[in-house]
Write a new protein. Structure first.
Length: 236
């Protein structure tokens, strides 16, 4: 089924670019000629195939027939020019594709973006759950730190996240961009805890019920029916 995705920046100039293609069991990789991604393509293939296996096994979901297409850009400048945005990585749901930076400073590989695509079989929940699941699969923050460390450091700085407000899609969208690492880490801790409490089958059922069309109050009610009061959920 097609998914709505808020990507007004997205352009398709990358389709005209002379990529070099490499293919593995579950991926098609598009890389720039003579780029670091081309030089390290064998390591990339091993890394992504391992991530793929980890995700489908942990979630016990079927492997889709369609391969994931990766587009690796050697700089944020070239990424913005060709696909419209200079952020490190994005998954495009309806194209089953990932656009990512790959250079000496930023090697955007691993589980995060692939989790977004492979978990679509479970639906598209509120971002607290969607990003939390991706962070849980990675096991560390976007800058390589332990999730709990990031959250504790943020709380010590005076951040006061309201989990109840994050139980709506708009609540997540309202979080400040400059605190992205904190909120993504918080989501990772949150989902990790839910997964450990519920186990895979019940977690997947809960995940699928966290609709972006629901109010925060309805999502909270569904969550609390599964795990008890939100305030009593021990995250650490």
């Amino acid at each position: 089924m097609p998914y709505e995705q808020n990507i007004p920046f997205y352009i398709h100039k990358f389709q005209e670019f002379p990529w070099k293609l490499f293919e593995s069991e579950h991926y098609i990789f598009h890389v720039e000629a003579d780029s670091l991604a081309e030089k390290e393509i064998n390591q990339i293939i091993v890394r992504q195939e391992a991530a793929y296996e980890k995700i489908v096994n942990l979630l016990d979901i079927p492997s889709p027939e369609q391969k994931i297409s990766y587009y690796f850009y050697s700089s944020r400048v070239s990424k913005k020019e060709l696909m419209g945005d200079d952020w490190y990585g994005q998954s495009i749901y309806n194209e089953f594709a990932v656009h990512a930076i790959y250079n000496e400073q930023d090697r955007v590989v691993g589980e995060h973006e692939d989790t977004h695509l492979l978990s679509l079989t479970l639906g598209l929940p509120i971002s607290l759950f969607q990003e939390g699941l991706a962070e849980f699969m990675v096991g560390k923050s976007m800058f390589g730190r332990e999730h709990g460390e990031v959250v504790r450091e943020g709380l010590a700085r005076g951040l006061k996240p309201d989990l109840k407000s994050l139980m709506s899609q708009q609540g997540w969208l309202d979080t400040p961009d400059e605190e992205a690492e904190f909120y993504y880490a918080l989501a990772g801790v949150f989902v990790s805890r839910l997964y450990k409490v519920l186990g895979s089958p019940k977690f997947k059922e809960l995940y699928s019920s966290m609709s972006r069309g629901n109010s925060a109050q309805l999502n909270i009610a569904i969550l609390e029916a599964a795990v008890g009061k939100l305030e009593q959920l021990e995250l650490f």
